[in-house]
Design a protein around this ligand. Structure first.
Ligand code: NAD
Length: 490
């Protein structure tokens, strides 16, 4: 294989073939500098990726400008057929894409494969939805005039994505953008660029014209981001990542008044009332807290328990957490893989140490080892709102537990955060269910459920968790402009 990526014997032959295709593509870029992509499980270097700069991003904009008009001029049905081919190719390469994802991100292989197929569904959804991007005829306000509204693609889209869902975060943006008639330039996370590059290889095979879906890789995101936010020809920025960087990009986008979709951080409350089905709530908490080693934006960040069920819930929750198998993502028995890097693990261990020194108690058995990126599932009780862990997006497998006695206390605790992405609560009282759903400040609510994400439902936050929605019939709107046409002299 090329010097950029070496064949790896533990991967399927098809996966090595896919990596070979990526390597060939990267070699053709003749990049002067490269950066390492590292397996978070063992620290091994798995690829050397072109470290592209602002000039490369500018060239991508030139190609995008050439592609934009022709792509927008296709009928929705024509765009749909290419998107469907891309969708089908992704599904047929699910194993290869899953293995590449586990290799660079660390999550269990089964979870990685699910991420690939689950998020490919967005492509199918928006390919269909684009055929229904209806306009309007507005009843006239003057006898000689007719009034219509048409919906048109926003134009060239810049996208920046994180490492926690290296495949899913891309298809969720690319699918509505491409379906609506926008072309897209994507900068993936430097931690996980291979999944993005694999999607680009399959996009080319699917028949997207040159310049319609472009991936620009870089170690330092700032120069590329300055083009994506500052270039007047780019009409929209779609970003998923931290609230801190989202705010920065929003400021940078102001000068060119870009349309923005910002999918940012969260601090989700997970509330269990005294009438809840405790076993179901514990099972939900295990997924909402520990999936992807706690590194999802909708992860339960704070566990809020009614005092009447606290002890029963915690006994079952701690037993389930201690039973989790933490290992390499390729281990068939793996329940939870490593964290993405040492800095992420250190941040979490510091939050835990800070809480323990302030009086919190660890009720799970394992403590993290000094070396490596693995962190065991951890539950902390006696946590107070003053501790850093209560207000920080933990982004790791640690569950701080709080208690409450009344619904009003639960709502006040839950909403005591600048974030507003997801909130979960468990009750069998339908009156309380309505009141909680209406009063929790979050873009997505899970009532007796944690599976709150999907192609047909709107994903996004309120408050400092961002703006815009991905998925659902609302998702296409983020990539369409509304144009009013007044037709006079009739
Ligand atoms: P991050 O903000 O550090 O990075 C996200 C992306 O932004 C990466 O591509 C990175 O290279 C780029 N970036 C970083 N600094 C930048 C800068 N100064 N200028 C321009 N680009 C920059 O986030 P992360 O650590 O990769 O991901 C974790 C964060 O993403 C968490 O806060 C999580 O909640 C959030 N997230 C949100 C959603 C959602 O849908 N709301 C989904 C997944 C992750």
């Amino acid at each position: 294989m090329s010097h950029t990526i070496s064949a790896m014997p533990h991967l399927a032959a098809e996966t090595n073939a896919m990596l070979e295709r990526i390597a060939t593509r990267l070699d053709s870029l003749n990049a002067e500098t490269r950066f390492d992509v590292v397996n978070p499980s063992d620290g091994a270097i798995i690829a050397r990726i072109p470290d592209l700069d602002a000039a490369h991003a500018e060239e991508a904009v030139v190609r995008a400008r050439t592609a934009q008009a022709d792509w927008a001029a296709l009928t929705a049905r024509e765009r749909c057929s290419i998107l469907r081919r891309w969708h089908d190719l992704i599904l047929s390469a699910e194993r290869e894409l899953g293995e590449i994802l586990t290799l660079e991100q660390g999550k269990p292989l089964a979870e990685a494969r699910r991420e690939v197929s689950f998020n490919a569904a967005y492509i199918e959804w928006f390919a269909e939805e684009a055929k229904r991007a209806y306009g309007d005829v507005i009843p006239t306000s003057a006898a000689s005039r007719r009034q219509i509204v048409i919906r048109q693609p926003v134009g060239i889209v810049g996208a920046i994505t994180p490492w926690n869902f290296p495949s899913g975060m891309i298809t969720r943006k690319a699918a509505p953008a491409l379906a609506a008639g926008c072309v897209i330039i994507l900068k993936p996370s430097d931690e996980t660029p291979l999944s993005a590059l694999a999607l680009e290889v399959l996009a080319e095979e699917a028949g997207f014209p040159a310049g319609v879906f472009q991936v620009v890789t870089a170690k330092d995101p700032a120069p590329i981001a300055s083009v994506l936010t500052g270039h007047a020809d780019i009409r929209k920025l779609s970003f998923t990542g931290s609230t801190r960087v989202g705010k920065l990009l929003m400021q940078q986008s102001a000068a060119t008044m870009k349309r923005l979709s910002l999918e940012l951080g969260g601090n989700a409350p997970f509330i269990v009332f005294e009438d809840a089905d405790i076993d179901a709530a514990v099972a939900g908490a295990m997924v909402a807290k520990f999936r992807n080693a706690g590194q999802t934006c909708i992860c339960a960040n704070r566990i809020l328990l009614h005092t009447a069920i606290r002890d029963e819930f915690l006994a079952k929750f701690a037993a389930a957490a201690d039973a989790m198998n933490v290992s390499d993502g390729f281990d068939p028995a793996c329940d939870m893989g490593p964290m993405i890097n040492l800095a992420a693990k250190r941040k979490v261990t510091q939050l835990v140490e800070g809480a323990l020194s302030g009086g919190a108690r660890r009720i799970t058995a394992r403590v993290p080892e000094e070396a490596g990126n693995f962190h065991p599932p951890t539950i902390l009780t006696d946590v107070t709102s003053e501790m850093d862990i209560a207000s920080t997006e933990i982004f790791g497998p640690v569950a701080p537990v709080f208690t409450f006695d009344t619904d009003a206390q639960a709502i006040a605790l839950a909403n005591d955060t600048p974030y507003g992405l997801a909130a979960y609560f468990w009750t069998r009282d339908y009156s309380r269910a309505w009141r909680m759903a209406e009063n929790l400040e979050a873009g997505m609510i899970g009532l007796n459920d944690v599976a709150i994400s999907g192609d047909s439902t709107p994903f996004g936050g309120v408050k400092e968790s961002g703006m815009g929605r991905e998925g659902s019939r609302y998702g296409l709107d983020d990539y369409l402009e509304i144009k009013y046409v007044a037709m006079g002299g009739i």
